[in-house]
Design a binder for this molecule. Sequence first.
Ligand SMILES: O=c1ccn([C@@H]2O[C@H](COP(=O)(O)O)[C@@H](O)[C@H]2O)c(=O)[nH]1
Length: 310
Amino acid sequence: MTFATRINQAISRTGSVTCVGLDPRKSQLPAPLREHIRDNSPHAWAKAYTQFCCEIIDVVKDIVPCVKPQAAFFEQLGPAGMVSLGEVIHHATQAGLIVITDGKRNDIGSTATAYADAYLGSAVAIAAAGGDPAGASPWGSDALTVSPYLGRDSIEPFVDVCDQRAAGIFVLVKTSNPGGGYLQDLRCGEQMVYQAVAELVTSLNVDRLDADGYGPIGAVVGATYPEQLAELRAAMPHSILLVPGFGAQGGAADDVRVALDDSGRGAVINSSRGIIFAHARSEFAEKYGDAKWQDAVRAATEEMNDQLKS
Ligand SMILES: O=c1ccn([C@@H]2O[C@H](COP(=O)(O)O)[C@@H](O)[C@H]2O)c(=O)[nH]1
């Protein structure tokens, strides 16, 4: 089974297109976890990050298809943080969730091969595709976010590994940040740069489609640009879309529904801070607060699921 088929099946099984972003931040961890940090060492924080993310995974595993660990927050802690990232990916996979590692990696082709080999391919996915799970990557992610700016030959090594290990990638096409257009909206002949990237994505997918017409090369398109989201849904009919920017960055349900296909699949909508730090949101703080932060995570996830359904 391919990555695209797996993620669409996970959407059908859970009835949800919510992707929970795992972006642990020291200052925003719930008090019960911060209180256990005795020596302020990266090791102590990394243990807290593992506990925080694994508890979130346990709370949401039956109501969402996927999680997206943000590598930056783990890297920020140095080697101990990288151990934590590995533990979190492993726990999510064991919990039956699809794992999209947000690392925004890429380099010249020969180095891109190393990134692809490192991150792409979980034992679960490879076994589900009838392969040997011993061929899984050390990080064991189902998918990875990838920068397109080194060109087609830098993306092809990722595509090769996707083919071999039933994995996926999400290429940055139109990012959610306010300044993304500085480069992405530059005119490039008759079109804009982000449109050229979308064309590249589609050209890489066309020979690799599953029965529903989806390929392993997905695209990142921000919830904060609803018009371009609609345009890019049409321009990349074979790509699963990863849509960040919901909640904390201002994207709302009405902005992102256009990312879904007619069957209500084909895209996942990410929220990180809005879910994982829900205990501090005004709607949830009084009822749950720091002491019941896990209940706040569950409530915020259910709320997002409901918003995206209605
Ligand atoms: O265009 C992009 C690409 C990636 N991201 C990442 O998604 C999450 C968003 O977090 P929120 O707390 O929900 O704002 C974060 O990891 C970003 O690095 C993005 O926001 N936009």
